[in-house]
Design a protein around this ligand. Structure first.
Ligand SMILES: NC(=O)c1ccc[n+]([C@@H]2O[C@H](COP(=O)([O-])OP(=O)(O)OC[C@H]3O[C@@H](n4cnc5c(N)ncnc54)[C@H](O)[C@@H]3O)[C@@H](O)[C@H]2O)c1
Length: 370
């Protein structure tokens, strides 16, 4: 399968490429020369779980031949985003005399990318950054668009910046080693793009289920490329969430984030987004915005891709409602809720928090196992 390149043109920041394909990491040294000049050192932050995989080893070897290269292993999962790791990383950069010409590369899933993006953005007010996402979720979502964040006071994503990478390299070989649950979780975000922006994605998900689940390269490439284009389009229109467009990326996340926060790590982000989209499409329908087909499509896809469609009973309804009430994305007493009319057509509606909570208070009962 030939490599694909998608150009991201954010509203304000400089444009950059996303390169997608099998073994595309081998092209990184060549691609790098076009996007960063005068590299004095390279620091590669690597998520522990991918340090021994062959694409990672290839990358490190290639760069060591060309530059003074340092590697730093970062713990896997959400703990990477602990604010204390930021001070460690900044200390490390200082200890090797990092300068404005030091290139930062992040190899790992969304958690690693959020952490490294934040570090790169604050050290000397910004070092050049290249992201090598290694989960499906990070390939289609978090590595693009520049948002990063770390956790503090037990609050997720409470400190962060918007800082775009110079290049994103998506080597498909990383997808093949993902546990099935992580792979399917990433598909939840792909489903989100299908429902909100590009109905052709829904079509692919419907007719090529077997190939997708087998992670067949050609189908994967198409699915990832289309998803990256969706994200790129939104980041082009509204990089900084100023125009009531970027909020569409939070489709399913109002309920999804609340469930995730109450599930104490037992559900993945994608699983919660899937539940969230199912509930919010029903809500949208009851409020008169959403075509009922949307909900049915989502239920079918959840089944095909082994994603949940109910809230587990250990997550109480009260705790979910309380999380929504304290959602960071509130504007005073107003919540901006993305709704879908039909696949590919969306709107951001402003809803009073109390109204949303009273709707959900009734609706959520239907989303528990009886
Ligand atoms: N910045 C954004 O725009 C944005 C968007 C969505 C999500 N996020 C953030 O992303 C994070 C979730 O990202 P994620 O789902 O990638 O989780 P993750 O980074 O925790 O990775 C999931 C798991 O997969 C393992 N893993 C990673 N790559 C692998 C590979 N190639 N083979 C085998 N195992 C591998 C990891 O070690 C980890 O255990 C959250 O912190 C979330 O807040 C950020």
């Amino acid at each position: 399968v030939p490599l694909r390149e998608v150009e991201i043109e954010p509203t304000y920041s400089r444009p950059y490429k996303v390169v997608i394909g099998d073994c595309c990491i081998r092209k990184l040294p060549e691609l790098l020369r076009d996007v960063v000049s005068e590299v004095d050192k390279v620091v590669i932050f690597i998520q522990e779980s991918v340090k021994d995989l062959s694409p990672t080893q290839e990358l490190v070897e290639l760069l060591k031949e060309l530059y003074e290269t340092y590697t730093k292993i970062v713990v896997a999962g959400e703990s990477a985003k602990d604010i204390n790791n930021v001070l460690d990383a900044v200390g490390f950069l200082h200890s090797i005399n990092a300068t404005k010409s030091t290139l930062i590369i992040g190899v790992g899933g969304g958690a690693l990318g959020d952490f490294v993006g934040f570090v790169a953005s604050i050290y000397m007010r910004g070092l050049p950054l290249i992201l090598v996402p290694t989960t499906l979720l990070s390939m289609v979502d978090s590595a693009i668009g520049g948002k990063n964040a770390v956790n503090m006071f037990g609050i997720k994503n409470v400190v962060g910046t918007i800082y775009q990478p110079r290049l994103v390299v998506e080597d498909l070989r990383y997808v093949y080693t993902l546990p099935e649950r992580e792979f399917c979780s990433g598909l939840a975000e792909v489903i989100k793009y299908g429902v909100t922006i590009d109905p052709e994605i829904l079509n692919l998900l419907r007719v090529r289920g077997d190939k997708i689940l087998q992670r067949e390269p050609e189908t994967l490439t198409e699915l990832i490329e289309r998803s990256v284009k969706c994200k790129g389009w939104i980041v082009h229109l509204d990089e900084r969430e100023e125009r009531d467009v970027r909020q569409i990326l939070n489709y399913g996340h109002t309920v999804g984030h609340a469930v995730e926060a109450c599930a104490e790590g037992k559900l993945t982000h994608g699983e919660c987004v899937m539940i969230g989209m199912i509930v919010e499409s029903d809500l949208g329908n009851r409020m008169g915005y959403t075509d009922p087909d949307v909900h049915d499509v989502l239920l079918k896809l959840a089944e095909t891709y082994k994603l949940p469609h109910k809230i587990p009973n250990y997550v109480s309804k009260e705790s979910v409602l309380s999380k929504i009430e304290h959602d960071k994305k509130r504007y005073g007493n107003i919540i901006k809720l993305p709704v879908v009319k039909r696949p590919g057509e969306f709107e951001i509606i402003k809803l009073e928090l109390m109204r949303l909570l009273s709707y959900l208070s009734n609706l959520l009962d239907e989303y528990y196992e009886k």
